[in-house]
Design a binder for this molecule. Structure first.
Ligand code: V47
Length: 371
């Protein structure tokens, strides 16, 4: 790699993958059972080669990144996700809420020069209503019109619409009028209702996530999508999750990118109450490759270095990923849960990772326009 010089089937050591290989070569859609086999096979190299084949067809050797600032306007959260180390309850000394002025002041700092994307997700705090968000978005856009506003998980949007006493549609329309341009993919966790009940009690059901995503897409607001893996879910739940995303994407074409999120095990209730091990390198690469093969209609697959390490994300470019996400300045959610990666990478470092892996680095904006 990075190119594939042999016929694709020559990379396979598990003969059970041959029918899948045929489908991949013909551009045919993979089934639920195919997905299960992709999780079961010990042939990671064969799986990776098939994913790489699709990646090369769609993106050649291009590998994207974005200069991105992460910010959470509050960590106060009334929802109880057992996997989350970021949430704080009111009264907790860690609890905070940022005003629009705080956020603008933060963005004015020299280290944020050149930021193209402001990626904000936060807790569910009922004191924040639509007027807070309208003011926040208008203030940021007035000072930094060039920064793309990528805000709210789908469940967050549903929550803040409800506490504002308006429909999600009205909430979205008003946020878009104030400057919202796209949404991140978080909060999807695992769609399977049984698992969801065990890992995020009280969080809105999968259908809400999917319905709000559909609404965003119909309004022309692109969103990303994610899956939280490596906790108590099984392969059948992951395949189900990916196929539910694929089914929505067939109807709306609104997902820009998919990001597999490796569960970070520290300082959260889920890992305290269950025996869960950190995800391993092969597991992380498999998630990238399976996504590239099953999500045949989602253009971009990210290898999120923050959660799987820089080195593995680099290798992920050979397993179907075409995007390393970005500089991710001051990420908190993964780091509070134990991620040991740096809290941000420079553009130069990201470019070096991409070049050394044999790919072409491209700085992008949120809509994958390049500079
Ligand atoms: O919504 C929370 C998840 C998400 C943990 O759209 C955890 O471009 C792992 O959504 N271990 C935030 N994951 C991250 C996210 C994201 C990341 C990169 C790119 C994009 C994008 C979106 O992380 C949360 C939740 O689903 N999460 N706790 C944890 N312990």
């Amino acid at each position: 790699m990075p190119g594939l010089n042999l016929p694709l089937h020559r990379y396979l050591t598990d003969a059970r993958l041959l029918p899948i290989c045929e489908k991949v070569l013909k551009g045919q859609r993979l089934s639920f059972e195919d997905g299960l086999l992709l999780y079961e096979t010990p042939d990671l190299t064969g799986l990776g080669a098939m994913a790489h084949h699709v990646r090369l067809q769609k993106h050649g050797l291009k590998a994207y990144y974005v200069v991105s600032r992460r910010l959470s306007y509050t960590n106060i959260c009334y929802t109880h996700c057992q996997f989350c180390a970021f949430q704080a309850k009111p009264g907790d000394p860690r609890a905070y809420v940022l005003s629009a002025e705080d956020i603008v002041r933060e963005l004015e700092k020299p280290e944020n020069l050149g930021v193209r994307e402001l990626h904000m997700v936060a807790g569910h705090y009922p004191k924040l209503k639509i007027d807070y968000f309208e003011n926040l978005f208008r203030s940021v856009k007035a000072r930094f019109p060039e920064i793309h506003l990528k805000v709210f998980t789908m469940v967050e949007m549903d929550y803040y619409a409800r506490v504002s006493g308006i429909s999600v549609e009205e909430f979205l329309d008003r946020c878009v009028a104030a400057g919202l341009e796209s949404c991140p993919g978080g909060g999807a966790e695992i769609f399977d209702e049984g698992i969801r009940e065990q890992i995020c009690i009280g969080k809105k059901e999968a259908d809400v996530w999917l319905r709000v995503a559909e609404l965003c897409h119909r309004k022309g607001i692109p969103t990303n999508c994610t899956m939280l893996y490596g906790h108590i879910e099984e392969p059948k739940h992951r395949v189900d999750h990916l196929l539910r995303l694929r089914e929505l994407q067939d109807r709306t074409h609104g997902f820009l990118a998919y990001i597999p999120l490796a569960y970070q095990i520290e300082d959260n209730e889920l890992s305290r109450t269950h025996v869960i091990h950190e995800t391993t390198g092969t597991q992380d690469l498999r998630e990238v490759a399976v996504a590239r093969l099953l999500l045949d209609n989602v253009p971009h697959i990210k290898a999120y270095w923050v959660m799987i390490t820089e080195g593995l994300a680099q290798i992920g470019l050979n397993y179907g990923a075409n995007d390393l996400d970005g500089t991710v300045i001051e990420e908190e959610i993964a780091h509070l849960a134990g991620a040991t990666t740096p809290q941000g990478l420079s553009k130069g470092h990201l470019e070096r990772l991409i070049l050394e892996a044999g790919f072409e680095p491209l700085e992008r904006d949120n809509l994958y326009n390049t500079y």
